[in-house]
Write a protein that binds this ligand. Structure first.
Ligand SMILES: NC(=O)c1ccc[n+]([C@@H]2O[C@H](COP(=O)([O-])OP(=O)(O)OC[C@H]3O[C@@H](n4cnc5c(N)ncnc54)[C@H](O)[C@@H]3O)[C@@H](O)[C@H]2O)c1
Length: 336
């Protein structure tokens, strides 16, 4: 069993991480929980009958965990991860693992010095929609992909720390690890140029709640990621290829295949292209299922398989989000 500690037993730590740790009790032993909030500590203590701590330094020193899961506010992640690595623990850091690439580099340096494992949490890479879309694209059903649009919309008014930059809030960091990272899993070549447009529309605080990030890849794919303050049935995905289009509406993937003729007749000014269509239902969690991911984490910690997010890819994502923020400030595209 892996001696495990959780730092941050709030909304997410007490559910998305504590639940699989509790379920996979033959892999993980919850050795202690740390939270500065006495109510959170009391809940963890009642549920797990484990020691609870207010100070994570004390917990690391006394409990000496093999594995530490960090689920505090976003601005706290990097330093807590570094301290946990230095205390000799493998570490999982929820998203966003860093508020800027400089912090990601510091965490990677600590990982290299200690030789411990550092696991960035990007659960949307396990998204059921992404997996199904990848299979459709790889089958070649829509030909060569040249544009992807990934959108999420809400009129939900946020009112917690996620609305304030000083806590690592704002939707670039909150949603970027899902919405920017996910579509880039469908393209092969690196991003060379980024445009960001971050705006605050309805939330309090100073964090952006409406964002558009446009990435251009070396081989000419445009990837648009959006979190929009909007209502109505906006498609979650539109993927355009040179032989068709995929549109995801609700839980349905619509695939439209374009059957281009070999050539256009001399009397015509454009082809009359036949379109055929099929549908697939999305089954499973679109932002990743922690009950699927945690068994993989146990295997990765035991060196039985590589962790699903290589550090250099998580660092690349942090650099890309930094570039999107800079682009929004400058009002122009940024080259990577
Ligand atoms: N799908 C996902 O992967 C997903 C979903 C939701 C949230 N998150 C991430 O999880 C993190 C936490 O979000 P949340 O909504 O649970 O926030 P939250 O405020 O509910 O929880 C944070 C907890 O950390 C505790 N805390 C603060 N300072 C601490 C310290 N010094 N030591 C110990 N504990 C401390 C707080 O008391 C609180 O209980 C964020 O970074 C967020 O982006 C990820």
């Amino acid at each position: 069993m892996i001696r495990t500690c959780i730092i941050g037993y709030g909304r997410n730590g007490s559910t998305m991480h504590a639940n699989p740790v509790e379920k996979y009790a033959s892999d993980f032993e919850l050795a202690a929980v740390c939270d500065i909030d006495p109510e959170a500590r009391a809940k963890a203590e009642a549920r797990f009958r484990c020691p609870v701590y207010e100070d994570y330094h004390k917990m690391l020193a006394e409990v000496k965990p093999e594995f530490t899961i960090i689920v505090t506010r976003s601005y706290q992640h990097a330093q807590m991860a570094i301290d946990s690595l230095m205390a000799g623990s493998d570490v999982l850091v929820t998203k966003p693992w860093a508020t800027e690439a400089r912090d990601a580099e510091r965490m990677i340096a600590a990982q290299q010095v200690t030789g411990k494992k550092l696991l960035p949490w990007l659960p949307a890479r396990w998204g059921s929609d992404l997996r199904q879309l990848r299979a459709i694209v790889e089958r070649g059903d829509i030909g060569r992909v040249f544009e992807i649009r990934r959108s999420t919309t809400t009129f939900g008014l946020r009112c917690d720390w996620q609305t304030e930059h000083k806590y690592g809030g704002g939707y670039l960091l909150n949603w970027g690890p899902h919405l920017v990272d996910q579509p880039l899993q469908l393209v092969k070549s690196p991003v060379t140029r980024v445009y960001g447009n971050l705006r605050q529309i309805i939330n309090p605080g100073d964090g952006e709640d409406n964002l558009r990030v446009i990435c251009h890849t070396e081989d000419g794919v445009t990837v648009v990621s959006e979190f929009l303050i909007a209502a109505g049935p906006y498609p979650a995905w539109v993927i355009q290829g040179d032989r068709g289009t995929i549109i995801v509406q609700g839980d349905t993937i619509h695939v439209y295949k374009a059957h281009l003729p070999e050539k256009v007749g001399e009397a015509e000014y454009r082809s009359n292209t036949a379109i055929t269509e099929y549908e697939e239902k999305i089954t499973g969690q679109i932002y990743g299922d922690e009950f699927e991911i945690y068994p993989h984490i146990a295997r990765a910690l035991r060196d039985e398989e590589p962790y699903f997010v290589p550090l250099e890819e998580a660092l690349r994502l942090s650099r890309l989000l930094d570039a999107a923020r800079l682009s929004s400030r400058l009002g122009q595209e940024v080259c990577l």
